[in-house]
Ligand binder design. Structure first.
Ligand code: PLZ
Length: 446
């Protein structure tokens, strides 16, 4: 149905990055937009298809970031575009809590079906990951009648006031933006590369530290929820050691605490499962989704046990735009694409290609301390060779080199030394390997 032609899936540079047109336009960016906004690559985008971004100078750039893990089904994916066009012509808005419509209901039905757990579930849709996290916390407190929320070192949950409090890192997310919301308690995260204790017992030791902190410093009976990213995103793709998530979820269940998985970055086939908690068969009481849910349109969800989600009085939850019909149409196109194109399996298969490439690089370049992640959510952490010291300078140099050659990679990490890979899951193997060869050159050039 779409009439637009797709961009060829190949890297092509016709000017320097940034080219003359982007350079001019970026002056207007500086003039017009808040200095508080960041920018990963200094180009202005004109079009995009799947894993290729076209800038206004005509350069085709390989996208290894998916707009921070959003365009899992590809940029401007056909089913998303078709459904959005159809919906926007039918109607653009009513507000679901004023006059409901079907596609909001259908998205919730799908979320209830595809999130882990065979118990009855219900969902709620909002606009952003942060708003979904806020709503999950509201519902958890309301249901349990307890105030405390337990979060982890290196966590990221958003930029609103409550979610800043839930987020670990000060710069750039929290600096000068306080005071922050109360009743948030931060506990240790078993981040193996920087763990000071013995690595062999990291899972038991971390679980003992977390439960002891909960019992001694908060009181388990005061805790509404344990909130965790099953693989930490902004914190540096920190993968919890095997057994940690199951141990936490068991402890939560034994103490009347809700276990909430923030799957905002890990969800929708990103890690080689539909949701990252499935890797260890963890079944959360609530799952928070956003990013990959709608192929680029703003949508987020909270899905949970029906008795939890129904515990709130009618009209206690809502928002003007939450579950906007155009965003819901995009979500239906996205979910259909994930299923029909078998993207969970593709994420696993291409994930192996990515792991192999990154491991080869790590063998060659001692600045790479670790390759970690699953599926198409993987990262490398850079250190000063022979030490455990974070190597921010190397990270910056590699990223800059990649950009100059038309490869967009994102960074992450508490210690600002992680390069992360979140390509669209539909990326061709050829394009991924081309990007990896540029990455190899980048390390060789250090
Ligand atoms: N939870 C796990 O990764 C968003 C942040 C980008 P929003 N991560 C990208 C930036 O610099 O602001 C994220 C996440 C996890 C929650 C969020 C918040 O989602 O849609 O950005 O609000």
């Amino acid at each position: 149905m779409t009439t637009t032609t797709k961009l060829s899936q190949e890297r092509r540079l016709v000017t320097a990055i940034p080219g003359p047109k982007s350079t001019e336009a970026l002056k207007r960016r500086t003039e017009a937009t808040s200095g508080g906004l960041g920018m990963a690559i200094p180009v202005i985008i004109e079009r995009a298809s799947d894993a290729i971004l076209l800038d206004i100078d005509g350069n085709q750039i390989i996208d290894l970031g998916s707009g921070i893990g959003v365009t899992n089904v590809g940029n401007a994916a056909e089913r998303v575009v078709d459904r959005v066009i159809e919906q926007v012509q039918a109607f653009t808005h009513t507000c679901f809590t004023v006059a409901p419509y079907m596609n909001y209901i259908e998205v919730c039905e799908i979320l209830n079906r595809i999130t882990p757990g065979t118990f009855k579930k219900k969902s709620l849709l909002v606009n952003s990951g942060a708003e979904a996290v806020e709503n999950a916390v509201k519902v958890a407190r309301h249901y349990t009648k307890r105030p405390a929320i337990v979060v982890f070192e290196h966590s990221y949950h958003g930029r609103t006031n409550l979610t800043m409090a839930l987020t670990a890192k000060n710069m750039p997310y929290k600096e000068g933006f306080g005071p922050f919301a109360p009743e948030i308690y931060r506990v240790p995260m078993p981040y193996s590369l920087h763990w000071v204790g013995p690595k062999e017992t990291i899972t038991q030791d971390a679980l003992a530290m977390v439960t002891s902190k909960i019992e001694k410093e908060i009181g388990a009976h005061n805790v509404a929820a344990i909130l965790i990213e099953p693989i930490q995103g902004e914190g540096g793709f920190v993968v919890p050691p095997k057994g940690f998530l199951p141990g936490l979820s068991k402890y939560a269940a034994e103490n009347g605490i809700l276990f909430i998985a923030d799957e905002v970055q890990t969800g929708f086939a990103r890690t080689g499962n539909m949701f990252a908690v499935e890797d260890e068969n963890v079944v959360p009481d609530m799952v928070i989704t956003a990013k990959g849910i709608a192929g680029g349109l703003p949508l987020a969800g909270v899905t949970g046990r029906a008795e939890v989600m129904d515990s709130v009085h009618a009209a206690g939850l809502g928002g003007t735009y939450g579950g906007n019909p155009v965003a819901c149409a995009a979500a239906l196109g996205t979910l259909e694409t994930l299923e029909k194109e078998n993207l969970v399996q593709r994420s696993r298969d291409l994930g192996k290609v990515l792991t192999d490439s990154l491991n080869k690089l790590a063998k060659k370049h001692p600045v790479i301390a670790e390759v970690r992640g699953r599926g198409l959510m993987q990262a490398i952490e850079l250190i000063v060779p022979g030490t455990n010291e974070p190597n921010t300078a190397a990270m910056q140099a590699v990223v800059k080199y990649c950009q100059s050659k038309g490869v967009l990679v994102l960074t992450a990490g508490t210690y600002v030394n992680v390069i992360r890979f979140l390509p669209p899951i539909v990326i061709t193997e050829e394009l991924l390997l081309d990007a990896m060869s540029v990455l190899d050159e980048a390390f060789a050039s250090l």
